[in-house]
Design a protein around this ligand. Structure first.
Ligand SMILES: Nc1nc2c(ncn2[C@@H]2O[C@H](COP(=O)(O)OP(=O)(O)OP(=O)(O)O)[C@@H](O)[C@H]2O)c(=O)[nH]1
Ligand SMILES: [Mg+2]
Length: 331
């Protein structure tokens, strides 16, 4: 079907159906925000009144530590209490949903027919603004759709993962014995933002050593040792046997209660909203400046600067001033 032949998108209807828990409507809304559809603003406005309720949990760790296995076990545990769950599996490194996410789908199979679980994979795909931009929008869709708990699973321990993990209320970092490299890489930044550490594959030799390494690293200072800061929990699991999963949930809930009790939850959410507004505003400004290139205003100012009647700083100030005037009192 051509774009011209397409029915206009019924945004209020879609949001209504998503709120009733219809998976297809949820999927469609996520696609709309992911693809930066022209109705993006309308979607964002329609979702806003229904958001802010979900508990967002980031789950990250090096490839192969057991994120997907743990996720599946966690989802089962939450579902036993009829908690509605959303899972966003985000792969910042791959341009397409690749093998890892296909594997996830197999591992998550047992939840595929559960209408209390919504699972979505997202990959970079090179789309506008990238995942750091698209992920919070997708989270809003799941939040509005009534998910009580939303997991954002990211692969790896690099900067992109740190950014995505920072979207969560609580960040869980998975490690495994014998993955010393993982701990080293994690030092790069995820350790600083993790609220709960899970040493998975505790059935293997070296789990005690990994816990000790972790304790040692946490004792070295950093944000976790600041006065009044949250002291991260360390939990051991054997995800393949669902062992320790209840302890992970208990640690997450403890962190959540701690945040709610001291205002940290509001602070984190506001900081996230501020970063999001900033990103949208900056990209809008960048668009505006693109229009300036080759414009009559710029030509006129360039002629003045070239002739020495104006200096480039004064010219730039005038240009910025004109842009602000053009926009009118929108803000
Ligand atoms: N022995 C043992 N193996 C585990 C455990 N948890 C997961 N595994 C195995 O470790 C392998 C990787 O598990 P995944 O859950 O796919 O790990 P992942 O972190 O999602 O991997 P990527 O998505 O590739 O980054 C699989 O073969 C699992 O069966 C565990 O507790 N003990
Ligand atoms: Mg995985």
């Amino acid at each position: 079907m051509t774009a011209a032949g397409r029915q206009p998108i019924d945004v209020p209807g879609l949001v209504q159906r998503a709120r009733e828990g219809q998976a297809r409507a949820v999927a469609r809304l996520i696609s709309l925000v992911e693809d930066a559809s022209p109705v993006l603003r309308e979607v964002a406005a329609a979702l806003a009144p229904h958001t802010g309720r979900a508990q967002v949990i980031g789950l990250t760790g090096a490839p192969g530590v057991g994120k997907s296995t743990s996720m599946s076990a966690l989802v089962s545990a939450y579902r036993a209490h009829e908690v509605r769950i959303g899972v966003l599996a985000v792969d910042p490194s791959s341009p397409f949903s690749g093998g890892a996410l296909l594997g996830d789908r197999v591992r998550m199979q047992e939840h595929a027919t559960d209408d209390g679980v919504f699972i979505r994979s997202m990959a970079s795909r090179g789309h506008l603004g990238g995942l750091a931009w698209a992920t919070p929008q997708a989270l809003r869709v799941l939040d509005a759709a009534g998910c009580d708990v939303i997991f954002v699973e990211t692969v790896g321990v690099g900067q992109a993962e740190v950014e995505i993990a920072a979207l969560a209320d609580t960040t869980v970092l998975l490690l495994a014995p014998g993955m010393g490299d993982g701990i080293q890489a994690a030092k790069a930044g995820v350790i600083e933002i993790a609220d709960v550490f899970v040493v998975n594959k505790a059935d293997r030799d070296g789990a005690d050593q990994t816990v000790r390494d972790l304790r040692y690293m946490l004792s070295l200072g950093g944000p976790h040792s600041a006065a009044g800061a949250w002291r991260p929990e360390i939990v051991r699991t054997v995800a393949v046997r669902a062992e320790g999963v209840a302890d992970v949930i208990a640690a997450i809930d403890k962190h959540c209660a701690w945040m709610a009790g001291n205002g940290e939850l509001d602070r984190r959410r506001r900081a996230r909203a501020a970063a999001e507004i900033e990103a949208i505003a900056v990209s809008a400004m960048r668009e505006q400046f693109r229009d300036v290139h080759g414009s009559a205003s710029l030509d006129k100012l360039a002629a003045e600067v070239a002739a020495g009647t104006t200096d480039p700083y004064a010219a730039a100030d005038r240009l910025v001033g004109e842009l602000a005037d053009d926009r009118g009192p929108q803000v």
